[in-house]
Design a protein around this ligand. Sequence first.
Ligand code: ZN
Length: 50
Amino acid sequence: MYGMFKDPVCKMMVDEKSAEHVSKVGGRTVYLCSAECKKEFEKNPKKYGY
Ligand SMILES: [Zn+2]
């Protein structure tokens, strides 16, 4: 699906255009559904394959 990104933490689909919680890891952009998921992701990106 174009424009959609899967939140690696909760597996929810996030619309890239309206994403408010974005994290950059090793040159890759990761979209998260919430501040909570962003925090969880940034705590340990490797756990989610980054
Ligand atoms: Zn999430």
